[in-house]
Design a protein around this ligand. Structure first.
Ligand SMILES: [Zn+2]
Length: 140
């Protein structure tokens, strides 16, 4: 895999959000709280508002990517590395590659491994099975 290309393509939070939304929802966002599709986009914040339950949400609600301090581009990179390397990827490697602390790298690895074994997070795996993942490099 071309790590250079990944780091350029997904360096941007917005590009990551857009890609996540497409993989998770297709064209129609679904409210994670009440499953309604009656929503509208609050574009600036990468968030959506649900007309049914009146909550607002982002694509990461209900996923392991929610409420973390790690920016999405780093999560994407971590997911790519783990999808590619499987169990042979060490926390040390992850630490080096993401430039985070060992503790952070270890916890990312644990979370991702757990998530990828769960049915409801299976869509995470498809994030990188798709070549159109190389986005955000100036072409819109
Ligand atoms: Zn709702």
């Amino acid at each position: 895999m071309d790590v250079e290309e990944i780091s350029i393509g997904l360096a941007d939070q917005g590009a990551c959000v857009t890609h996540l939304e497409r993989v998770r929802w297709g064209d129609t966002p679904v409210c994670p709280y009440c499953a309604s599709t009656n929503t509208y986009r609050l574009r600036q914040e990468y968030r959506h508002h649900c007309n049914a339950c009146r909550k607002s949400f982002s694509v990461t609600v209900g996923t392991i990517l929610h409420d973390t301090r790690l920016p999405l581009p780093k999560w994407f990179r971590a997911i790519r590395l783990i999808v590619d390397a499987g169990n042979t990827l060490s926390a040390k490697q992850l630490q080096r590659d993401l430039q985070v602390s060992y503790k952070t790298a270890w916890s990312i690895k644990q979370r991702l491994r757990e998530a990828m074994s769960r049915e409801d997070q299976a869509w995470l795996r498809t994030l990188f099975s798709d070549t159109s993942v190389h986005l955000g490099n100036g072409e819109r």
